[in-house]
Ligand binder design. Structure first.
Ligand code: TYM
Length: 384
C-alpha cells in the first residue's frame, strides 16, 4: 500500500481557510498553505534557474503569483540535460471558463513556448458528473468541448498539445487509473479529501483518474517522461496522492508548480462558480462584463471627497488584483496604478472603466480565437 508520505497530517483545523479541489472558503493565507501542504516556496536558486533556462522572466513569477512548487528542480535538471519531460494541466468542466481558470493556463502557455514540450490537457467530465448533483454526463461533456476551446485559444502549439477527455479516452486511461486506485486506500482518500459516508463511490475513485495524465507521457513513450503540473494550489491534494502512488506503478513522481487564486470580483477569495457575478467568463458579452466590473467590490472610500483626501486601498481591491494577475503585465505601469490608487488620484469608477477597456480587448481576441479553433478541435483530441 501507499506509504502516504505526502498525505500525512492532513489538516482538519477549522480556523484555517478551507482549500480543497472542490471548495475554497475563508481568507487564504498562502504562506500557511505551503507549510500545511508541505510544498516548497518558489524562490532563490530554483526560481532563478527556471528564468535562466526559460530565457526570460514572467510577471506571474516576478509577482509571486506562481509561488510554490514540488520537485521543480528535477524538471529543470532534465531540461539542462536535454532529457524529455511534459506539461500536464486540466479543467473540471462544470460550466464555462472564467478568468481564474485562464490564470494558470496563461503560464502553461508561456512554459510550452519557452521549453517546446508536449502538453496534456485533461477535461474531467467524469469528475464534474459525480461531484455535481445537477449535471448530466451529456452536459459535462458539452462543457468539456467548450472549455477545450478556451484553453486552445490561448495559442498552444497544435503539434505539441493533446486534449484528454476522460470519458472519451477511457480505454487508454482505465488500466492506469485502476493500477493507481489499487494503491489508494479509503483511509488515505478520506484523510486527504475529507470524504464522509455521504460521498458517492464515483467521488472516491475519481482522484485516480486525475493521476493518469501525470503518467501518460511515460506510458506512451515506454520510458521515464516526468510531468510538470502548473495549477492553482487548490489542486495539490490530488497530486499528493499521485506522487505517493507513482513509484509503486513504476512512474516518476510528477513535479508541481502552484499559483494563487484570482480573487472574486465581489471581494473575498476564489471565484465561485455558483455566483456568476463573482467572475468574468470568457463567453460573457461586453455589456455583461461592464456591468460585472462596475458592480465589483473595491478598496475605495465612501465618498469622492474622502477618497481624494485619504486614498484607496488596492490591497483588498479585486479591480487592482485583476490588473496584478492578468491585465497589467508591465511592472512600472502597475506600480503607477497602485500609487495613483493609494494617493486618491485614481477614483474607483475611472479605474473600473480603464480595466473594462483592457478586459474587453482581451476578450474580443479570445472569443474570435475560440471560434476559429472550433473547426480544428478534433485534431487536438487524444483518441484511444
Ligand atoms: P478546475 O476546473 O476547478 O480549475 C481549472 C484550473 O484553474 C485553476 N483555478 C484557478 N486559478 C486561479 N484562480 C482561480 N480563481 C482559480 N479557480 C480555479 C485550478 O487550480 C485548475 O488549475 N480537477 C480539476 C481538473 C484537472 C486539473 C488537472 C487541474 C484535472 N487534471 C491537472 C489542474 C491540473 C478541476 O476541477 O479544475
Amino acid at each position: 500500500m501507499v506509504e502516504n508520505d505526502e498525505c500525512k497530517g492532513e489538516a482538519k483545523e477549522e480556523a484555517k481557510a478551507k482549500v480543497t479541489p472542490w471548495e475554497v472558503r475563508g481568507v487564504v493565507d498562502y504562506d500557511e498553505l505551503v507549510v500545511r501542504f508541505g510544498t516548497t516556496r518558489l524562490e532563490g536558486a530554483t526560481k532563478r534557474r527556471l528564468v535562466e533556462l526559460a530565457g526570460e522572466d514572467h510577471w506571474m513569477l516576478r509577482r509571486d503569483i506562481f509561488y510554490s512548487h514540488r520537485d521543480l528542480d528535477t524538471i529543470l535538471d532534465r531540461q539542462s540535460k536535454g532529457k524529455p519531460w511534459a506539461l500536464y494541466t486540466g479543467r473540471g468542466p462544470s460550466g464555462h471558463t472564467h478568468l481564474g481558470h485562464v490564470t494558470p493556463w496563461m503560464f502553461n502557455k508561456w512554459l510550452q513556448d519557452r521549453f517546446r514540450v508536449p502538453m496534456f490537457f485533461q477535461l474531467t467530465d467524469d469528475e464534474k458528473f459525480v461531484f455535481n448533483p445537477e449535471l448530466t454526463l451529456e452536459k459535462t461533456h458539452e462543457y468539456a468541448l467548450e472549455n477545450a476551446l478556451d484553453f486552445l485559444a490561448l495559442g498552444f502549439d497544435p503539434k505539441l498539445t493533446k486534449v484528454v477527455i476522460d470519458t472519451d479516452l477511457i480505454r487508454t486511461m482505465y488500466p492506469i487509473a485502476l493500477r493507481a486506485a489499487k494503491r489508494i486506500t479509503f483511509s488515505t482518500a478520506r484523510a486527504v479529501f475529507g470524504f464522509t459516508n455521504e460521498n458517492n463511490i464515483g467521488q472516491l475513485f475519481y482522484t485516480s483518474m486525475q493521476s493518469v495524465p501525470a503518467f501518460l507521457p511515460s506510458a506512451l513513450a515506454g520510458e521515464e517522461v516526468p510531468t510538470l503540473i502548473p495549477a492553482a494550489i487548490d489542486q495539490d491534494a490530488h497530486f499528493r496522492i499521485t506522487r505517493d502512488v507513482a513509484p509503486h506503478l513504476g512512474y516518476p513522481k510528477p513535479a508541481l508548480l502552484h499559483c494563487k487564486l484570482l480573487p472574486s470580483l465581489l471581494g473575498g477569495d476564489k471565484m465561485s462558480a455558483s455566483d456568476p457575478e463573482s467572475s468574468i467568463y470568457t463567453t460573457d458579452k461586453p455589456k455583461v462584463v461592464r456591468k460585472k466590473l462596475m458592480n465589483a467590490f473595491t478598496g475605495g472610500r465612501v465618498s469622492v471627497e474622502e477618497q481624494r483626501r485619504l486614498g484607496a486601498n488596492p490591497d483588498i481591491c479585486p479591480v487592482f488584483w485583476y490588473e496584478h494577475y492578468l491585465f497589467e503585465t508591465d511592472d512600472a505601469k502597475l506600480a503607477d496604478i497602485e500609487r495613483r490608487c493609494r494617493s486618491g488620484e485614481l477614483l474607483c469608477g475611472e479605474h473600473k472603466l480603464a480595466l473594462y477597456a483592457k478586459v474587453e480587448k482581451w476578450l474580443e481576441h479570445h472569443q474570435s480565437e475560440r471560434e476559429r479553433i472550433r473547426a480544428h478541435l478534433d485534431d487536438f483530441m487524444m483518441k484511444d
